[in-house]
Write a protein of this length. Sequence first.
Length: 343
Amino acid sequence: MVLTLYRNMALSFLLLLLFASCNSLFMDEQKPNTAQNNIDLLWKIIDERYCFFHEKDVEWDKIYNDYCRNWENIDPTSPHLFHRMAQMLEELRDGHVCLDGEDNMRCFSGWYSGFPDNFDLRRINIYRNQNRQGGHAYYNNSETTFTVLPESIGYIRCPSFSEKFNRNDLDNSLAEFKELRGVIIDVRNNGGGLVSEAYLLASRFAGEKTHVGYVRYKTGKGHDDFSDFFARYIEPDGKSQFHGPVVILTNRKVYSAANLFVSMMSCLPQVYIMGDKTGGGGGVPITAELYNGWTVKFSTNPVFDNEKKSIEQGIEPNRRIALNNDTFRDNIIEAAKTWIVAR
């Protein structure tokens, strides 16, 4: 089962490399490092390789007329050029799209800014320190903690997928959860990280091989040039799994690999999503370099749920619930506990 999981992941990675290599053929030859050539190249990279034009109803030809004209006499590394390029990219409304200069970086933040946080770390730490076994929560890596709450409910606080899990520690942690009523996995404010770790954690809750969605790959210069749908799966992995009731806690700052994790977990029959809609981030990002050395990161291969619906715009919870003003308890965690006890 483990070999099958990683064989599927390896196949997807090889396909990504294949199509990314094909995409590199779409680009023009090296041109002089001028401001006009740089902004033209940036526009062209996005035009030929970005994957969400139609989903986001972006008229990219109009964007050229609005942003890319009359840069002939500007320094190719000027702050003014950087600012204008960043403004152009923000028209895509995509948190995976970032412009990185020598001393500056700009990424779109509209996927979470302006929305309630529904997150209070001080309150979360109260729960992490309620370990029924005595002492504090125990860490799997430097970020993710596992706690057994007094109600015989497991609480996993996973703020990021940027670090690899220790597989042995993950086995030991989930072994402690085996006889519990249920598990809460709190991924609020998890901005993503390593897709492999999202798959790994999800596999510990799968009772059988489960279809969790699709991915498509960019295959040509046209805005609609994509491969067919390739299915994605998770299946049981490791010495310890948990197949009882699971609640995933979400908010708007759940993005990228964490958004994918929520999408995959939602396909398991024992899982319930609670909190706010996730921020999204359903495009596999890659990076390209401009003539002046600046780099642009952008989404090139769209990811879908098991009904072929894009997860780029975020995932709705089964129950929407906002954080209240209680200074001592997290009412979202309390609601998750109530749901588990009622099962």
